[in-house]
Design a protein around this ligand. Structure first.
Ligand code: FES
Length: 111
């Protein structure tokens, strides 16, 4: 994972409304619920601001063998336990990931 420090390059974008002429963007790091990280990535994407998300998926063996933590990305699936947990938030297929995360929701409720 790339360290996010004050020395990181800043990215500029221009907005044409609300009196905001120019904003400065650094790289972003989002850690928390998947829905929050999804919207952080959606917010930063129009600015092309690098956004790293830290995914917390269902894990079974933690060795890359079971596939339980598979996360769909724009350039192919990866495993959170061995390839992550940090990923480019703009490459995550959020709807597929959210679906996987809710797979056991009903079983949890019935307990
Ligand atoms: S937890 Fe099994 S492959 Fe990651």
């Amino acid at each position: 994972m790339t360290a996010h420090t004050e020395e990181m390059p800043r990215y500029r974008s221009v907005e044409g409304n609300a009196g905001i002429k120019e904003r400065e963007h650094r790289a972003y790091l989002a850690i928390g619920p998947a829905i929050m990280m999804k919207f952080v990535a959606a917010t930063t994407k129009p600015f092309n601001a690098p956004t790293t998300v830290s995914l917390n998926t269902i894990m079974i063996d933690g060795t890359g063998m079971c596939g339980g933590c598979r996360v769909p990305l724009a350039d192919g699936a990866q495993f959170v336990c061995v390839d992550g947990p940090e990923f480019d938030g703009h490459k995550v297929d959020w709807s597929s990931l959210m679906s996987r995360l809710s797979f056991y929701k009903e079983k949890k409720r019935s307990r």
